[in-house]
Design a protein around this ligand. Structure first.
Ligand code: BG6
Length: 501
């Protein structure tokens, strides 16, 4: 059964008639810039969403000529574009200037200062700093930014900070303090690109825009929630970063917590940034710290061994570049969380995330309770719970499974699915990074985290990280290409449930 979407009113186009900007990217030659930022900027350029007068300063450690940097932009925009080879317009490349500098030395910022001071009418620009760098460099870079005086001319500024924001509660609080010395809270854009994804935003539209589901959205009707953030890629060239972060700090502290909050939060009073962020923080506060005993029973940490992905041999985590041969970093986590509030008491939230799993799959499954079954006699054994699935990747879909009568003389229930698929809408959609860049340029903070939210997410994570650090816990192996250690399956089976996939 397919649901066709009838558009009764045209959606607003993404108009961003905004002041021109100077975007200063720290880490302009790094992994994130190459894979996400540069392609996103190019797509916005193609959609005519970058003000013509805007400039992009890329700041990096490696010595590069302007032409070498432009070639890097060309290569990565092309590599990350879908479809056939593209010719990148010179007008786009001309927006870039590469400045070489270290995050620990001041000469770099002098170069930026000098470059920007040469602009006429500097006050017509907003200056956006983008920290596409690992968390340990943030403090130094903020020191640099503090020195930027733009020749004493007043200027409007904003900062985009990548995740993970800090490495624990203490460092995140300190970082927030450092930031607040230079920026107002409404100038700080703490990014979590999951919030820019269409289907993730659709969770709130779906819940609060359809009166048929919200009355059921509670412990009386919902049996449990499953959230999976599975990737089949390994850590690629990010060994140095990943060894320190692991799956807990890379995915659970941020993307996973945000997904939990969107599913669980109460309706905000309106769609303003602070109303939504207030409700999310309330959810984080309902997740209590857990005892070691609870964690040992309900949390699983694993690491991938060699295996096969799409029939190709892949190496184990410990054999990856820049990874310790005896590394105990977790590349897989699954666990059972509880939201201790009136709506969700007793409804488990099972989550799992990992690298080198069987497939790329990000989804949220809302499993409803099975209705009283006696009506259907013996056939009741075949009755399945209704499942509402928000699929975020690889496809953006929402589907609902329902039970129908199988045609014939028997009372035989048959599950069918109602599907909504974004791609069928054939509308121009934009990627998460494009959306978040536009929001920052416009000054909309809704899809960015606030200081208290970040600190709450770390408050939940710290004891989990400490538990795995301090105890001689069993880091479980799993072969690349599987769904993680066996214990992850058992986590649900002991509650008479199972992962949807
Ligand atoms: C990033 C993580 O935040 O998200 C990466 O640092 C991960 O390790 C990536 O691969 C996944 O993003 P997406 O959009 O591909 O699910």
């Amino acid at each position: 059964m397919n649901l066709e979407m009838k558009i009764s009113c045209e959606p607003d186009s993404i108009e961003i008639n905004i002041q021109p900007f100077i975007l200063i990217i720290f880490g302009g030659g790094g992994d994130l810039s190459k894979k996400k930022l540069l392609p996103a900027l190019y797509n916005l350029f193609k959609l005519n969403k970058l003000n013509n007068e805007s400039h992009i300063i890329s700041y990096g450690r490696k010595p590069r000529t302007q032409d070498e940097y432009k070639n890097l932009v060309r290569t990565y925009v092309d590599k990350n574009s879908t479809g056939k080879k593209i010719i990148i317009e010179e007008d786009f490349l001309d927006k870039f200037i590469y400045l070489r500098g270290d995050s620990e030395k001041l000469e770099g910022i002098d170069k930026i200062n000098k470059y920007i001071c040469n602009f006429k009418n500097i006050n017509k620009y907003q200056i956006i700093f983008y920290l596409a760098t690992p968390p340990n460099l943030a403090k130094n870079i903020l020191n640099l930014i503090q020195r930027l005086d733009l020749c004493d001319k007043p200027f409007k500024k904003k900062i985009i900070m990548e995740k993970p924001f800090g490495i624990d509660t203490e460092s995140a609080t300190k970082l927030n303090k450092n930031l607040n010395e230079i920026f107002e809270e409404d100038e700080i854009y703490r990014i979590d690109h999951y919030l820019g994804k269409e289907t993730v935003q659709n969770i709130l539209f779906f819940r609060f825009g359809n009166s048929i589901f919200e009355p059921l959205w509670n412990r009386s009707f919902i049996d449990h929630i499953q959230i999976t953030v599975a990737e089949n890629i390994g850590i690629e060239s990010r060994g140095n970063f990943y060894e320190k972060a692991g799956v807990l700090k890379d995915i659970i502290q941020n993307h996973m917590m945000q997904l939990i909050a969107l599913v669980a939060m109460e309706p905000p009073t309106n769609f303003n940034a602070n109303s939504i962020r207030d409700e999310k923080v309330k959810i984080f506060k309902t997740i209590s710290n857990m005892t070691d005993e609870y964690m040992s029973e309900n949390f699983v940490l694993g690491q991938y061994k060699a295996g096969k992905i799409n029939n190709k041999d892949v190496i184990s985590y410990q054999d990856e570049k820049n990874v310790d041969k005896n590394s105990k970093t977790g590349t897989f986590f699954s666990g059972k969380f509880h939201i201790d509030n009136w709506r969700w008491a007793g409804v488990p939230f099972y989550v799992r995330a990992g690298k080198r799993l069987n497939q790329k799959l990000t989804e949220i499954v809302v499993t409803f309770k099975i209705p009283p079954l006696k009506l259907f006699g013996n056939a009741c054994r075949d009755m399945l719970a209704n499942e509402l699935v928000f699929s975020i990747q690889p496809e953006e879909t929402i589907s609902l499974s329902i039970n129908m009568k199988y045609p014939g003389v028997e009372n035989y229930p048959h599950p069918v699915e109602m599907n909504f698929n974004y791609s069928k809408l054939k509308l121009v959609s934009i990627t998460a990074y494009e959306r978040l860049l536009i929001d920052c340029i416009k000054g909309d903070l809704t899809l960015f985290s606030r200081q208290d939210g970040i600190e709450e997410m770390w408050r939940i994570l710290d004891p989990i990280v400490n538990y795995f650090d301090k105890t001689n816990f069993n880091l479980l192996d799993y072969p690349a290409g599987s769904w993680g250690p066996e214990k992850s399956k058992l986590l649900l089976e002991k509650d008479n449930r199972k992962w949807r996939v």
